[in-house]
Every structure is written in structure tokens, then in C-alpha cells.
Design a protein around this ligand. Sequence first.
Ligand SMILES: O=C(O)C[C@H](NC(=O)Cc1c[nH]c2ccccc12)C(=O)O
Length: 437
Amino acid sequence: MNTLSDLISARLAQLKSWRREFHHYAESGWLEFRTATRVADELHKLGYQLQLGREVIDADARMGLPSETVLKQQEARALQQGALPQWISHFSGGFCGIVATLETGRPGPVIGFRVDMDALDLNESQAEDHLPQREGFASCNPGMMHACGHDGHTTIGLGLASVLMAMKDQLSGTIKIIFQPAEEGVRGARAMVAAGVVDDVDLFTAIHLGTGVPAGELVCGSDSFLATTKLDVNFTGVGAHAGGRPEEGRNALLAAAQATLALHGLTQHSGGVARVNVGVLQAGTGRNVVPDCALLKVETRGVTNQVNDDIYQQALRVIAGAAAMYGVEHQVTLMGAARSCTPTQPWVDFIHQQAEALGVFDSVVDRKAQAAGSEDATYMMERVKQRGGQASYAIFGCDLAAGHHNAKFDFDEQVMPVAIAMLATLALNQAQFGGDQ
Ligand SMILES: O=C(O)C[C@H](NC(=O)Cc1c[nH]c2ccccc12)C(=O)O
């Protein structure tokens, strides 16, 4: 009988080829058409039961969806770039989610894994010292780049699916692998939770590679995610002749500018860390026109859901106040959201103990004080916990060529087999959970 490590070794070339394909055809959030068709096809060939598109994405719970025009254009482009036509109808319109299920037929819990598939809105470096460029697999899509490692996550999900199917006679319970769109901007997970994809999951693990964790280290229960809300604000004023009749205008630019300055003062909270960022301010149309339009792209963050909710409510008051000051209309659109969430300690302990026993890590830690980012997998974790299940977020340390969200980001591909070995071990040994650890 093949051991887990033999099965993974036999797939190293396949892993590299998948990862480089996904990297080359990078697709931003809600536009993962080519990637999703390829993932669905591989999972189908492996023999997984698939739930696709609208079955796993609640249309109304999607946040930050691109326009109909962009969705159509990008789907057409994906087809030109080799998206598989037999699968595309499931994902059409921004429904690029997949859940692969393996029912072993033997009693046991439902163990769930979540990986994400989207790229960032970023141009990839074309410098020769950037390995993906040098080796010919840099993104072919302008303004879209896998600069956070989700190409690796997608590959880890497929590799895990492949080895678990090969070992299915040794598994019990049910295995569920969730491929999520639109993690960037924290837009996709809520829609999958609303569609019920984790409602039957007893043991849940989401993953990330890199994030500054050194190569050879595993963080079993990352717990440093900030709750966050992303919002677009459109101010609508009245244009007027800036010299002749300025008093007839209603200045949307000034409202947006006033709001921006006030928003950046909103980070005081006795509950702990709070953040506000206005990342984009666009306004006006011409030098001698009182600006009648302005757009702000804003995010709030907080160490707890409560802190973020409080800051968000204050932000809404500041925005409304700034609009009122200048007599302009304003409209707020929710573009994304994520929660803070603590992993459940028994599952963190189990991952820790299984990782030590696997013996492929130099260092295994429960948690790590980290740069403060956000993650919408926290929605899934919260839902699983609500139902009495176990949930955690594991980070696989690895060497990075440059930081996340940088045009020269690249990760050492050796992390992929390590992550697959770890996650497969959890699935193989989950019957031991809750017993004598
Ligand atoms: O809010 C978002 O858009 C999600 C995005 N998420 C990440 O970057 C993932 C992440 C979370 N924590 C870390 C720490 C370092 C790198 C990346 C991360 C963020 O925080 O801006």
C-alpha cells in the first residue's frame, strides 16, 4: 500500500504544473471563470461529488460584485484562454464557487477544508529577476496577479483531493473541500455561508501560506484577524459655473474630502485596535466646474466585531454629516465584510499534535502575533462554531520573494506538498479527535 508521502511525491510535477497554470491565468475576485472550470474538471475526473455555482453561492449575499459588463467580458476572455465550456454555465454571472464532497460510506464526522482561488488587482512584475516572469508563467492578464498565494491554495486543495481519493479506503466520515471565490476585499465567504456550505461541517480548517511565517513553521490556530467592513460612498452634488454661479453648485468633492479627514480620526476605541482607511478618493470632472460627483472607497477594521461595528457606525455618521454640510446626496454600498474569530482550542490542539507526529515541520506553534490583516474564512469559522463544530485557521510558513500584495510576490512551491501532507493527515486521523489525544 502506498504511503501518504509516496502518493504526494508521485504528484509533485502535477502540483507544480497546476500552480503555474493558475498563476499564469490569474483572475480577480468573482471572475475566476477559467480557474473554476479547470478545478471542477479535475475534481470530477477524480470522482468527487460536486456542487457548483448557485448551489454554493447565495446570489444576494455576494458583496463587491463587478458590473454585468465586466462579468461578461471576463467570462468571454476566460473561454478564449482555455476555460472549459462544459463547466462554464455553472459559474456564469459571478458564481465561481465549488464544493467537492467525498462520502466514504463509513461513519464519522464531516471534515471541511477551505481554499481560495482569486487573484489581486495588481500588475505582475515583468523584471527578469522575478521567477514567474523568467520561467514564463507570470500573469497574462493585465491588472490581475496571484500576489497572495491563492494559486498555491487552489493547488493544495486539488492535491489534497487527489491524495485523499487515492486513500479513500482508509478514510471515514465525509470529506468536503471548499473552493472559494473573492477572498480579496473579503467578499466571497459570506455568500457561501448563506448557501449553507458549512452547515454540516463538524471539523473545519481554512489555510494560508506565507504571511511572514518562516519556512518550516506551522501556525495551527491563527487568531489575529481583524473584523472589517468595506464600503463605497458615492456623493452626488450639483454642478455649476465655478466663476459665474458657484453658489448654485453643491460640491461633492468637498463633502468627500471632509469625510476623508474626519474618517481618519475615528480610530479611538477602548476595546482595542481600530483602523479606518480611505484608499480611493475620486471626484470632479473639470477645473472650472463645481464638482457634482465623488467616490470614496473606505474600510473600517477592529480587533473585535464590536469594535469594528462601532467604528463602522461612527463612519456612517461622519459620512452623512459631511454630505449634509455641503448639501449633497450620498449613497453607501457595502462591498465586503469579515469577522474576527478565535479558533476552537481542542481542534488547534489536535492539529498541533498531528503536526508534531507528522514530523515535517521545524516548528509548530498555536498562534502568532501577526501583522493585522483580515480574512472572510472567519464567517465560515463562526458558522461552524455556532453549530457546535470545531474550527481553525492554519498558516504554512514559507520563503517569499517579496511581501504579499507586491508585484514581485512569489512563494517557494515546496510548501504545497507539506500543506497537503498536513491536511491529509487531519482527514486520515480525524477519528482520533475527541478521543485520547
Ligand atoms: O481585508 C481584505 O481585503 C483581506 C486582506 N487579507 C489578507 O491580506 C490576508 C492576510 C491576513 N493576515 C495577513 C498577514 C499578512 C499577509 C496577509 C494576510 C487584508 O487584510 O487586506
